[in-house]
Design a protein around this ligand. Structure first.
Ligand code: GDP
Ligand code: K
Ligand code: MG
Length: 258
């Protein structure tokens, strides 16, 4: 049995894709203890593949019940692979969630959905470059035209590699130090500690919390910014570089880099 979890921003096409992949083989319920809908199903073409639909979110902070459910699921019962559904017409915003998902250290594949609409928008996305930049397989999909979805599942079932992204050396150094303090190589937890996430910090001893505070204070000083802004800026800087490399403006018949 392989479990593939579908994740993406609201309106990325998750429900459409889930319905195509599972057809009538769906179970609908609630996540334990909360009134957030839980849907899972078996892949129509291979019953040994289970598809888990997760709530649509922009972040995993958690600012909402949906984010909390998703974060808890990824930490406590990680699937074999994440299929991150991306709205190709809203690449920057979608990639912000992608970078957060990559921190969990779970194999990941991207479905570049709404790919039928990018040319209408006068944009061309170089999928090979995008895949290379992020270190994950990417398949162009269109739920409305039923394109690329079976390929996405096939690739997902064969993906076992875990992609790594690197931010500024000073931040990477701080995260490595935090990893030693909390005895965890889980990058999501390290970043959450760095950001001062109360849920994560509350599970640590006072001594650990003090050590982390020191690491964060020093990093804030050398990077002249506060901890939360450091993370947000690192992610948006990287996304900016990736978009510049991979997206071409093809409107007005002219090919200009955006
Ligand atoms: P969710 O919020 O992520 O579950 O997204 P939905 O599956 O509800 O889709 C949101 C809207 O986008 C719906 O109107 C879909 O019909 C439409 N949609 C989904 N996938 C595609 C696609 O690949 N191309 C186009 N053009 N529209 C899509
Ligand atoms: K929707
Ligand atoms: Mg939906």
């Amino acid at each position: 049995m392989t479990t593939i979890a579908l994740l993406g921003n609201p309106n990325s096409g998750k429900t459409s894709i889930f319905n195509i992949l599972t057809g009538a083989n769906q179970q609908v319920g609630n996540w334990p203890g909360v009134t957030v809908e839980r849907k899972s199903g078996h892949y129509k073409k291979d019953k040994k593949v289970e598809i888990q639909d997760l709530p649509g979110t922009y972040s995993l902070s958690p600012y909402s019940l949906e984010e909390e459910v998703t974060r808890h699921y990824l930490l406590q019962t990680p699937p074999d692979v994440l299929l991150n559904i991306i709205d190709a017409t809203n690449l920057e915003r979608s990639l912000y969630l992608t970078l957060q998902l990559m921190d969990f250290g779970i194999p990941m594949v991207l479905a570049l959905n709404m790919s039928d609409l990018t040319e209408r928008d006068g944009k061309k996305i170089d999928i090979e470059k995008l895949s290379y930049s992020l270190g994950v397989p990417i398949i162009a999909t269109s739920a409305i035209k039923n394109r690329g979805l079976n390929e996405a599942v096939n690739i997902a079932t064969k993906t076992h590699d875990i992609a790594h992204i690197e931010y500024d050396n000073r931040l990477e150094g701080a995260l490595a130090e935090i990893g030693k303090v909390i005895h965890s190589s889980n990058r999501f937890e390290q970043i959450k500690c760095f950001e001062g996430d109360t849920l994560t910090l509350s599970q640590l001893s006072h001594a650990q919390q003090f050590e982390i505070k020191d690491i964060v204070k020093i990093t804030e000083k050398v990077m002249s910014d506060d901890c939360e802004s450091i993370i947000v800026n690192e992610r948006y800087d990287l996304i900016g570089q990736i978009v510049q490399l991979c997206v071409t403006d093809i409107s007005n018949g002219k090919a200009n880099l955006t």
